[in-house]
Design a protein around this ligand. Structure first.
Ligand code: F0G
Length: 458
C-alpha cells in the first residue's frame, strides 16, 4: 500500500478556540454590519479569512526570534535575510518592508506614474489599489479558462499571451513600467502559473524591453504545482524549480506572511542597482532604514528561516494536501467549487451556489454571512464588494466570478477542522433555496471598500 502524505511536523503548543451558538452569531454579525472583518476573533470558531500572517511558526523560527539583532543599521538579521533571499530566490539586492503592500508602495513610488498601464494575471487588490491610487491602470490578462470553475485545467493562473501581446503592441513602452505575474494567482483561486507560461510571458516582455515583476506571496506553492503537474519537473526539487521560476523575473515583491510562514514581513527583491538605490529612498521614507525597513531583527530572522521551511517538499505536500482534502469533501457534497483546487484556499462558486440572489445584492458576501451563522466559520468575499467601483466612472464593477474564499492558514488547523467546515457548508447548501435575499451597502470607503464596508440585510 502506498503510504499517504502526513504532516512533516508535530504539535508542541496549542491555542484554544471558542465555539458559540448560532443565535449569538446572528446578533454579532448584525452588530458587525454584516462585514466579517468587523468581528472579534473570539466570535469566530474557525478563521479562514486569510492565510496571510495566520500560520504557525516552527520551533526553529521561534529560536531564531531569540537570536534577532535589533541594531538600527547593519544588523546580522538583515544579512541573514539577504543570504536566504540570494540562496533561494537568487536576488542580489533586497529591501525589507513590513508587509507585501508596503513593498508595492515603495517600488511603485519609483516606477508607476499617472496614465501608466500594468498588464498582468489578475492583480491582487492591494496591488491594483497601489496602481489605481497613482492614476495608472491594471489590465487583467488572465486566461479565460480561469473563469470557468468547472473546467479542469492545470494552470488557471496563466497569462493569456495573446492578450498580453496586444497590450504591449498597442501601447508605447514608456507607458508600461513592468508586467506583473502573480504566483500563485490569488484572485483566480490560488491557481498556479506554469513554467512554460512564466517563460513565454517574460520572453514577450523582454522582446518589448519591459521588466517583469513577480508578486511572489505564494511562490513556493506555485513551484509545488509545477513539480506535480508540469511535464519535465517531477524529478526537480522545489528549490530548483523556484530558482528557475525567478530566473525569469527582474524584480519581485513578496508578502512573506504567506509562503515564508511569518506573522508579519515582506520585501522587494531587485537585480538592478540603480533601481535599488532609487527605491531605497522611499524605503527610508515610508518603512525604515534600508537594513530593517519596517521589520524588527527577530522578524527578519524568522522570515529567513521560514523561506527554507516553506520550500520543503514534504511541508508543501501536506499543506496543499490539506486544502485539497477540504475541496474533495465539498465536491463529494455536490458543492460548486473552483477546480482544480488552489494552493492556499478553496473558492466556493457563489453564483452557482445561490443563483437566485442578484449580483447587486452581493452573492458571495451573502453566502459568507450564512456560513458564519451556520458554523462560526469566517471566510472572505472575493466578488463585487472586493472588485469595488471603477475609479473613473464610479460604477460598481461586477467580476466574472463571485467567490467565497476559504483560506487555510499554514500548519494551524487539523483535518477535523476541515471536516467541520465542509459539514457546515453542506448544511447551508441543503437550505440554499430559502436564501433568496442578499445585502445592500449603507456605507463604503472611496477605495478598497471591502475592508470597512457596512451592509444591511434586504
Ligand atoms: N499580493 C498577493 C498575491 C496577496 O495575496 C497579498 C495579500 C498581497 C500581495 C499583499 O500583501 O497583505 O502582506 O500587504 N493577501 C492577503 C490575502 C491579504 O488575504 O489574500 P500584504
Amino acid at each position: 500500500m502506498k503510504l499517504p502524505y502526513a504532516e512533516s511536523y508535530k504539535i508542541k503548543m496549542v491555542e484554544s478556540i471558542k465555539r458559540s451558538k448560532s443565535f449569538e452569531r446572528e446578533a454579532w454579525i448584525k452588530d458587525a454590519k454584516y462585514n466579517l472583518f468587523n468581528l472579534k476573533s473570539e466570535q469566530v470558531f474557525i478563521d479562514l479569512l486569510t492565510d496571510s500572517g495566520t500560520g504557525a511558526m516552527s520551533d526553529r523560527q521561534w529560536s531564531e526570534m531569540m537570536l534577532g539583532d535589533e541594531s538600527y543599521a547593519g544588523a546580522s538579521s538583515y544579512y541573514k535575510m539577504k543570504e536566504a533571499i540570494k540562496d533561494i530566490l537568487g536576488f542580489d539586492h533586497f529591501l525589507p518592508t513590513h508587509q507585501g503592500r508596503a513593498a508595492e508602495n515603495v517600488l511603485f513610488s519609483v516606477l508607476v506614474k499617472e496614465g501608466d498601464i500594468i498588464p498582468g494575471n489578475a492583480h491582487f487588490d492591494t496591488t491594483k489599489g497601489h496602481i489605481e491610487f497613482r492614476k495608472a491602470r491594471a489590465l487583467d490578462c488572465t486566461i479565460d479558462e480561469a473563469f470557468d470553475t468547472t473546467l479542469d485545467y492545470p494552470f488557471k493562473g496563466n497569462v493569456d499571451l495573446k492578450k498580453l501581446k496586444k497590450v504591449l503592441k498597442e501601447n508605447p513602452k514608456e507607458k508600461i513600467p513592468f508586467i506583473i505575474l502573480t504566483l500563485t494567482c490569488n484572485s483566480a483561486g490560488g491557481q498556479p502559473v506554469s513554467m512554460k507560461n512564466i517563460s513565454a510571458a517574460s520572453a514577450l516582455a523582454k522582446k518589448y524591453d519591459i521588466p517583469v515583476l513577480f508578486d511572489s506571496a505564494r511562490f513556493a506553492e506555485n513551484a509545488y504545482f509545477i513539480k506535480i503537474r508540469e511535464e519535465g519537473y517531477q524529478d526537480k526539487s522545489i528549490r530548483e524549480i523556484v530558482r528557475e521560476m525567478f530566473s525569469h523575473a527582474d524584480i519581485m515583491t513578496m508578502s512573506s506572511k504567506k509562503d515564508a510562514i511569518v506573522n508579519m514581513g515582506g520585501f522587494i527583491g531587485l537585480r538592478n542597482e540603480e533601481l535599488f538605490t532609487k527605491a531605497s529612498v522611499y524605503n527610508i521614507l515610508f518603512e525604515g532604514y534600508i537594513t530593517y525597513g519596517g521589520m524588527s531583527g527577530r522578524d527578519m530572522n524568522a522570515l529567513a528561516q521560514g523561506l527554507y521551511e516553506g520550500t520543503e517538499f514534504n511541508y508543501l505536500e501536506s499543506r496543499i494536501g490539506q486544502v485539497a482534502y477540504l475541496g474533495q469533501l465539498l465536491m463529494e457534497y455536490g458543492i460548486p467549487v473552483q477546480f482544480p483546487f488552489g494552493g492556499h484556499a478553496i473558492f466556493v462558486d457563489a453564483k452557482r451556489f445561490l443563483p437566485q440572489v442578484p449580483r447587486e445584492q452581493y452573492i458571495a458576501q451573502t453566502l459568507a454571512i450564512q456560513l458564519y451563522i451556520e458554523g462560526g466559520i469566517r471566510g472572505v468575499e472575493i466578488g463585487a464588494l472586493l472588485a469595488d467601483r471603477d475609479p473613473i466612472t464610479r460604477e460598481n464593477r461586477y467580476p466574472k466570478l463571485e467567490m467565497l474564499r476559504l483560506a487555510i492558514p499554514r500548519r494551524t488547523y487539523t483535518n477535523n477542522h476541515m471536516a467541520y467546515v465542509a459539514a457546515a457548508i453542506k448544511n447551508v447548501y441543503d437550505r440554499r433555496d430559502k436564501i433568496s435575499e442578499g445585502l445592500r451597502i449603507v456605507h463604503e470607503a472611496p477605495i478598497m471598500r471591502h475592508f470597512t464596508v457596512e451592509l444591511e440585510k434586504i
